[in-house]
Design a protein around this ligand. Structure first.
Ligand code: FE2
Length: 286
C-alpha cells in the first residue's frame, strides 16, 4: 500500500450562513459557528460577526460574565471596546487590534464599547482548550495593529498575519495546543492567491466584503459576503476574488477530538466538570 499519498488540494465542503441573534445586554450579531447551522468545528466552538453603524445595536455591550475552559479571540475591524476582568486586567481594543484571551480555569469580565456612535465591526471566535489545559491560569495575548504583521505575498494580495505563517512571516499569537492560523486576507478584484493550510487542521474561510471563489476546477465554489466555507482536504487552498475584490478571514486549528460538554460560557469535557464550573462561579472562585 502506498502511504505517501499526495495531499489533496483544499476545497470548500460546506457553505454556512450565520444566524442573526443577540448576546450580552442586547448586542446584535450574526452567529456563524455555535448556532443551529454549525454547532462547532473542532477546535472552534463559536464565531460571531458583529458589524453595524447603529449605536443601538452595540451600545449595551457585554456586561460582566464568566468564561471557563476555552479561549475567546476578539478581532476588531472598526471601533473601540474596553475590556476589564476580576483579576485586575484591563485593556482597550482599538480598530485592527486582536485579543486572544485564555480563560482557562475562569474569569469574570466585561466587554463594553468605548464609543457612543460610529461603526463597530469585528469578530469573536471561541477556541477550545484540551482537557489538560482547561484549568490553566487565565492569560492574555493582546496586540495593537502595529504589532500584527501585514504582508503582500503577491500583487493585489494583502494579508494580516494574526496567527500562523505566511512565507517567513509569523503571526504574534502563540498557542501550541491548537496551532492556530488566523489571517485577514484582502484581495484586489480578480486577483488569485494560494495558501498552504497546515496538514490535519480543520479550517474555514468567512467572506466579510465582496466575494471570492474557493477551490479550483470542478471544486471551485463562490463565497459571497457573509458566507462561510468549511474547508476540507488540508493542502493548498486557492482563492480568487470576484469583480469587487474580497476580504475574508481564513482560520485553521488542530482538532482536539475530545468530548465537549458546554453550557453558555463554560466549555468542559464532562457533565461533572460543567456542574463544578457553575458551583465555582457561584461561590466566587473565578
Ligand atoms: Fe466574554
Amino acid at each position: 500500500m502506498n502511504t505517501s499519498l499526495g495531499t489533496q488540494p483544499a476545497r470548500l465542503v460546506r457553505k454556512v450562513r450565520g444566524t442573526p441573534t443577540s448576546d450580552g445586554a442586547g448586542v446584535k450579531l450574526t452567529r456563524v459557528i455555535g448556532g443551529p447551522a454549525l454547532p462547532d468545528l473542532d477546535p472552534f466552538l463559536l464565531l460571531d460577526e458583529f458589524g453595524t453603524d447603529k449605536a443601538e445595536d452595540y451600545i449595551a455591550g457585554f456586561p460582566e460574565h464568566p468564561h471557563r475552559g476555552f479561549e475567546t479571540v476578539t478581532y476588531m475591524l472598526d471601533g473601540r471596546m474596553r475590556h476589564r476582568d476580576n483579576h485586575g486586567n484591563e485593556g482597550l481594543l482599538t480598530s485592527g487590534s486582536v485579543q486572544w484571551m485564555t480563560a482557562g480555569r475562569g474569569l469574570v469580565h466585561s466587554e463594553m464599547p468605548e464609543q457612543e456612535s460610529g461603526r463597530m465591526r469585528g469578530f469573536q471566535l471561541w477556541v477550545n482548550l484540551p482537557a489538560r489545559e482547561k484549568m490553566t491560569a487565565p492569560r492574555y495575548q493582546e496586540f495593537a495593529p502595529d504589532h500584527i504583521p501585514v504582508v503582500e505575498p503577491a500583487p493585489g494580495v494583502q494579508v494580516k498575519v494574526i496567527a500562523g505563517r505566511v512565507g517567513d512571516t509569523v503571526g504574534p499569537i502563540v498557542q501550541p495546543a491548537t496551532d492556530p492560523v488566523y489571517l485577514d486576507i484582502a484581495l484586489q478584484p480578480g486577483v488569485a492567491w494560494e495558501y498552504a493550510l497546515p496538514d490535519g487542521h480543520n479550517a474555514f474561510a468567512y467572506v466579510f466584503e465582496g466575494a471570492a471563489t474557493v477551490g479550483e476546477g470542478d471544486d471551485a465554489r463562490l463565497l459571497e459576503t457573509a458566507e462561510m466555507g468549511v474547508l476540507g482536504g488540508g493542502g493548498a487552498l486557492s482563492l480568487r476574488a470576484g469583480e469587487a475584490g474580497a476580504r475574508l478571514i481564513l482560520v485553521a486549528g488542530t482538532p482536539l477530538r475530545e468530548p465537549v460538554v458546554r453550557y453558555g460560557p463554560f466549555v468542559m469535557n464532562t457533565k461533572q466538570e460543567l456542574m463544578q464550573a457553575f458551583v465555582d462561579f457561584q461561590e466566587g472562585r473565578f
